[in-house]
Design a protein around this ligand. Structure first.
Ligand code: GLA
Length: 391
């Protein structure tokens, strides 16, 4: 069958519903189109999932990246709230991990090595002396196989990838499945699962950069967003951003987000950890123990638009990163320059460097076992502008 260059297929249930707040009509469903080709000639597709409220998530098969995410403000106006690029080339040359699936190991592994059963595994050093986000060609730099799957309450896309034994230095053939579901409750749910044929380590996450004011022309910073993190402790780091092993109490530090606090309130504090990160770039220990149940990890409110994002997860930690490495030199969608603190990330995860930290929750996956974690980004709005600000 001959394929046209740009093709769109509307599949799944087509359902007309009314956008109450705007009096417009939204068509829920999933569309697919060609995004482009990688330099190696691989075809990359874009899937757009739309729910009955008109909320829209677009995912690329390259890196499994969330390329755009359009959610309403308090007046029902939809805006894209994630950083990204207009073309596949942008993602191929990207060094910031915009929106991507991160693996086989999210965040850093110190000295780019670890031991399993007395054997040392050596990884590529792609971040000083350390390994970052899966190595040189992590899961953010591969083309995933996509398939639409049924979802009870929304639209779902399944992505699969086989990470071969020895890839980037990790042992075991790892079969990875990531399912994105955009629910009619305005949630973007991400379910990660994996199996292996050799003992290995796994830590998967998503690296979306959010700015709840919108990421179009004239985009501002995220310093006025209010953040609450369900965390009493964080993992301080050394100069290479590797955890020292300490779990430090947040009280009396710029890391205390137990009550909603402006992200910018203490971002320039005279604090050793803030200086090491160039802002926030730290793992927070979530209040609950890891397990099958989803728990609230964080809530972010943007007072002007009223947009609220909650992060729920089964994971024990979350990396709060205030895009300290962006400096305006990267131009993203619509040519917009992405500046320092132009967005924030909340990467749900096991703690960085866990393979070398026996006291941290284990990241080991055995043959016969199944890695399975879930994270939900839930969007809502604050109807009025009043907020409680912790001083
Ligand atoms: C994570 C890391 C940061 C940085 C970003 C990507 O959040 O902790 O140090 O590497 O990814 O730029």
């Amino acid at each position: 069958m001959k394929r046209s260059i740009l093709w769109t297929a509307i599949t799944g249930a087509i359902l007309m519903s009314t956008l109450a707040s705007r009096g417009t009509t939204a068509t829920s469903g999933t569309t697919k189109k060609l995004f482009g080709k990688t330099s190696e000639g691989e075809t990359v597709e874009l899937y757009t999932l739309t729910n009955k409220n008109g909320v829209e998530a677009t995912v690329s098969t390259y890196g499994g990246a969330v390329v755009s995410l359009k959610v309403p403000d308090r007046h029902g106006s939809l805006e894209d709230i994630v950083l990204g690029y207009d073309s596949v080339d942008g993602y191929v040359s990207d060094k910031s991990y915009f929106g991507a699936i991160i693996g086989r190991y999210g965040n850093r592994i110190g000295h780019a090595q670890f031991n399993l059963d007395g054997k040392t595994y050596t990884l590529a050093k792609n971040n000083g002396q350390n390994s970052l986000h899966g190595g040189i060609k992590g899961f953010n730099k591969v083309v995933w196989t996509a398939k639409q799957v049924p979802a009870k309450n929304g639209q779902a896309l399944e992505l699969t990838y086989l990470s071969k034994d020895g890839e980037e230095g990790f042992p075991g053939n790892l079969h990875v499945t990531v399912v994105y579901t955009l629910t009619d409750l305005n949630e973007l749910k991400i379910e990660y699962s994996a199996t292996t044929d050799k003992k290995t380590v796994v830590n998967l996450t998503n690296h979306s950069y959010f700015n709840l004011s919108g990421v179009g022309q004239g985009m501002g910073d995220i310093l006025g967003h209010l953040l609450m993190i369900e965390s009493e402790k964080f993992t301080p780091v050394d100069s290479g951003l590797i955890p020292t092993g300490e779990l430090r109490d947040v009280s009396g530090t710029p890391f205390d987000f137990r009550k909603p606090t402006k992200i910018g309130a203490r971002i320039d504090a005279n604090d050793e950890q803030i200086k090491l990160g160039g802002g926030y770039d730290h793992n927070f220990v979530l209040r609950r123990k890891p397990g099958a149940m989803l728990s609230l990890a964080a809530r972010v409110t943007e007072p002007a638009s009223g947009r609220i994002m909650e992060v729920w997860t089964t994971e024990p930690g979350v990396q709060f990163y205030t895009s300290n490495f962006l400096d305006g030199s990267v131009h993203g969608k619509g040519g917009v320059a992405y500046a320092k603190h132009g967005a924030f990330c909340l990467e749900t995860q096991h703690f960085p460097d866990s393979p070398n930290q026996p006291k941290f929750p284990s990241v080991v996956l055995n043959p016969g076992g199944r890695y399975h974690t879930t994270t939900v980004y839930k969007f809502s709005v604050q109807k009025t502008k009043e907020v409680t600000i912790h001083k």
